[in-house]
Design a protein around this ligand. Structure first.
Ligand code: GDP
Length: 440
């Protein structure tokens, strides 16, 4: 989402290439480019101006370090200032009280209901809490239904009161229900409108006053650009929320809201959502985001994601199979689903330093696994467990069954055999070289 900004910022640092040190004159051009890049990314004009003023002060105040080139120095200053602009360090949500109550507010279509589901999922799985979702959007039966479906998907109970048109009452009843049923976290989804209006504001402030949430989160669609920031301001003036959630960062957004919202509203950005799947939610870390914006990648988040999915027992089981050359197509399928669980492939690639930029114009999506999965699913259990029995007629049957061609099946089988060989040698240590073998 920040590809263009990353490119432009890099170019602005290039201006200083060849300069011996940072001076008022040579830094001016670079700063102008930085400001332009930020505004193009939909960062609020005032925020962009204050930002470059700050960067200028820092840059000119730097001691001249012989070992650091001006371009590098500028990159570092911009990185630190970007992180500071976005809030400095991560701000966690408050889960105090029994039950802890989290109120979700925002315009209709911003992604509130989807986010409520994702947050419930995250709190349940990462913090091991018992969560109750509350359907407070009494005007749209579809929203209640949507929340119920999400709840089912993630195994979280959803509190509804069909026919009751009073969201304050529903929220209060839900909290009582949570108490009697030993559920320690309540997430209240509320109704939005297409634009800010008085009735909606009155309703949400009334709910807030009644249930006294420890955490009120404002959800906003990042694709609405500067409007996202303005809406946040209007909501905050009335609601005094605790944090912002930016959604749809996987869409066609320039990302400016992520950079300016903190400075304009003076409330931290706490979560970013980038997809419709229930696990497409990330806790917002300003420093990591600054690194990503500058194309430095975000190795920390990548490692964390990998660790979340890493199943030690499964890894041990796999290693044994690899050494014995028993790795089969069932294991292959498991591996694919592990990778898919880590999330959107392009997002993942973007976390590796340098790679995001390289893949800027390359289309990668989760469909890359579709054909492979279709072919494996068309195999019989016996074939999956022992691919060596897959002869010509079986290959033809598998191709027909998976809607692919014989060549596709052959390719996968060949790839699988090659992978198996490589993995065996890696897992079991390097194979012994035959006597007399001389690599030179
Ligand atoms: P609400 O009206 O605020 O409750 O919004 P919904 O949760 O119903 O979301 C509106 C639409 O946006 C739905 O089609 C969601 O699937 C979609 N949506 C929500 N969050 C995201 C996201 O992070 N990325 C994408 N691409 N779509 C999202």
């Amino acid at each position: 989402m920040f590809e263009n900004l990353t490119d432009k910022l890099e170019r602005s640092f290039q201006i200083l290439k060849g300069e011996g040190r940072i001076t008022e004159i040579n830094v001016a051009e670079s700063l102008k480019e930085i400001r332009r890049a930020l505004i193009d990314a939909d960062v609020n004009y005032k925020v962009a101006k204050n930002f470059t003023d700050e960067v200028k002060t820092k840059a000119l105040g730097q001691d001249v370090l012989k070992s650091v080139k001006p371009g590098q120095m500028m990159t570092k200053i911009v990185r630190d200032e970007l992180a500071a602009l976005m809030g400095g360090t991560m701000t966690d949500i408050t889960l105090e009280g029994n039950p802890a109550v989290i109120l979700i507010a925002g315009l209709q279509g911003s992604g509130k209901t989807t986010f409520s589901g994702k947050l419930a999922n995250l709190i349940k799985s990462k913090k091991g809490r018992q969560v109750l979702l509350v359907a407070g959007d009494v005007y749209r039966p579809a929203a209640i239904e949507q929340l119920k479906i999400l709840g089912q998907q993630i195994g979280v109970e959803v509190y509804t009161e069909e026919g009751n048109q009073n969201p304050v009452q529903i929220a209060e009843n839900a909290i009582k229900y949570a108490r009697t049923n030993h559920l320690n976290t309540v997430i209240v989804d509320t109704a939005g409108r297409l634009a800010v209006d008085e009735q909606m504001m009155q309703e949400i402030t009334a709910i807030k006053a009644a249930v006294k949430p420890g955490e009120t989160l404002f959800v906003v669609d990042s694709m609405t650009g500067q409007d996202a920031v303005n809406t946040a301001k209007e909501f905050n003036d009335r609601l005094d929320f605790d944090g912002v959630v930016l959604t749809k960062l996987d869409g066609d957004t320039r990302g400016g809201a992520a950079i300016s919202i903190r400075a304009v509203v003076n409330k931290p950005l706490k979560f970013i959502s980038s997809g419709e799947k229930m696990d497409a939610l990330q806790v917002f870390h300003p420093e990591r985001m600054a690194d990503r914006i500058l194309g430095m990648g975000d190795i920390v988040s990548l490692v964390e994601k990998a660790q979340e999915q890493y199943d030690e027992e499964e890894a041990r089981r796999l290693k044994k199979k690899l050494v014995k050359n028993q790795f089969d197509f069932n294991d292959f399928l498991t591996q694919i689903s592990q990778i898919k669980k880590m999330g959107n492939l392009k997002d993942l690639a973007g976390m590796i330093p340098g790679v995001g930029k390289m893949l800027k114009n390359v289309e990668i999506n989760d469909d890359v696994f579709k054909q492979t999965e279709a072919i494996i699913h068309s195999m019989t259990p016996a074939e999956r467990a022992d691919p060596s029995i897959i002869n010509g007629s079986r290959r033809q049957r598998i191709a027909t069954g998976s809607g692919t061609t014989m060549q596709d099946v052959n390719r996968l089988l060949k790839q699988f055999e090659d992978t198996r060989k490589v993995m065996k040698s890696v897992a079991g240590g390097m194979p012994k070289m035959p006597k007399g073998f001389n690599p030179r």
